[in-house]
Ligand binder design. Sequence first.
Ligand code: ADP
Ligand code: MG
Length: 700
Amino acid sequence: MNDQKTNNNVQELYGCNVFNDKVMKERLPRETYKALRSVIENGTQLTLDVANVAANAMKDWAIEKGATHYTHWFQPLTNITAEKHDAFISPAADGSVILEFSGKQLIQGEPDASSFPSGGLRATFEARGYTAWDCTSPAFLKSDARGNTTLCIPTVFFSYHGEVLDKKVPMLRSMKAVSTQAMRVLKALGNVTSSRVVSTVGPEQEYFLIDRKYYEKRIDLMLCGRTLFGAPSPKGQELEDQYFGSIKDRILSFMADLDLELWKTGVASKTRHNEVAPAQFEIAPVFSTTNIAADGNQLVMETLQKLALRHGFVCLLHEKPFAGINGSGKHNNWSLSTNDGINLLEPGNTPHDNEQFLVFLCAVIKAVDSYSELLRSTTATSGNDHRLGANEAPPAIISIFLGETLSVILEKIAKGQKLERGDKIFLKLGVDTMPELPKDNTDRNRTSPFAFTGNKFEFRMVGSSASISDSNIVLNTITAETLEDIAGRLEKSSDTSKIITEYIKEVYEKHGKIIFNGNNYSEDWVKEAGKRGLPNIKNTVDALKSIISEKAEMLFVKHKIYMKSEVHSRYEIYTEQYSKHINIEANTALLMVNRLFIPAAVRYANELSKLTGSGKSSAVKTILEKIISLLDSIQNKTINLENSAKKARAESSAVKQAELYRDSVFIGIRELREDIDTLETLMPADLWPVPTYADMLFNY
Ligand code: ADP
Ligand code: MG
């Protein structure tokens, strides 16, 4: 636990468990350091000599800090990370051990891949999978409460035949793709200082904390991550007294530990606050490159869960742990910047900067409009179906919030109208089509799924339990695609201002339909979006189909993000994961109903019937009748759910199976829930077998 002293030592603690640039500089011979930097920055080949020296330095550093093991840390297609620990020990002939870690062990590992999802890419007889060091993301140490420490080496994961089995390889490829195309645009616009463009992301993470004693009595939370049953608490979030409210001591002590732990592993945890729903909170780090941010977010999720247990809580990362109150997501703040620190989505001080800004802005608008279905697919999971399009922020329709000022600027440029000198907009260019743009775009629209927030876009559809990789891979790739097009045009012309004006006009006319500054929760918007032809894909099964659309396949193959077989494997895996999750929910619901709720209701009915025997109380009789009739209904719905789950399990086509889970099993669980939740409101508290919403949400 933290104390005053550690709090004062943030600078010393920050990154103390990371083999970062500073440590490398200190511990590696100059030549090795330079070679490694070149691999990291320019993607040059890593030689075994360099790897050997780096491995040795890494091992010495880790052992000094108490590590006994190392692991290749990777991200299979499950949204969580995987690790297999190996000790540094190597027994010597004289009965002692030496501690070893070679360059080869650093750069390559060979975990058995047969138990990770591969979507048909890997037959079991060639179960080998390979992990390879990703030296662009720093190695770090992970310790448990007792100080058992492991050196974690971020790695990529692929099959014997070289097919990608993780989310890191495509992420790195997408970063390269967007960098290549963005650099072409920058060069065409006369940039001579930058050599690379990086995509950046700051993922805000929402989560729930509930007391561990309740969690342990809720098998639905334990197995599904969400409550399958539970009548609403008499008080929910309607008083709006939680959001940004003062943080309770017990929570703050958790958050303080969380910050310290994250700082030690180099995750720059920055913001912490109460969220909208009771027992809901948020943590946001300072942004970094998409690759490192994705690794960092995995660490955030892992650390949240680990530390919650140490504080007697359980951290729920499910998108909708509780019905009737807000669910959790991630706000994926995404931007592009050059290696010399120019944010390409930030309006600048000079007309030239602003031209550049408008090109990148329009490229993103065009990308999101052209590939909105693909972007939607990256947020599709059974958990997120409870948020997107299901009466909760944000809707399943992708639109872009630009804010009034920018929208007006684009519109006027597109229509060839003169821009006016105003408080916010004033011109700073001979060509009076290009304004100086307001720097502080404080317009905020909390309902938009994709909002421009002054110097970045905030994509708010990502689920709280998801890896942020899929969404950022697609954001990078679709932007690479549109940048490629405008780069080609700019390279061919000497009058770039003219090309840019034409481009803005074209994007505004063809893709302006994606811009929406109003309330995304309103019914009117759903209708309006329909008229504009914007897709409204309400569930995972449909959303995932766009991964294998011809358009998406062509895009991925062209930018070398995935091979066709890899696209298909991902589609298969995600579709199967949907079915598996709903199946687990059905099994859990049935178990709870048969073993907890029906027996409780029968006990109560039995007690009541003892009293009605005398025929004295009509109130007792009425209650008994209600319980009996609910029991009958529950019985029927249980049988229906059992049957539909059986039918779904027997279906051999993965897509049809997922559709059955969506259309009958998922609905069956919900129908059963209605009766159980009514039953809960009628039953004596001491006979109700699980903790209530009020317990879980307010008693901490
Ligand atoms: P909010 O009001 O939504 O909390 P903040 O300004 O606090 O917005 O930022 C939210 C997140 O956006 C933080 O993680 C922050 O680091 C990140 N962010 C800021 N600038 C950028 C950028 N250029 N690229 C990516 N993320 C950024
Ligand atoms: Mg935000």
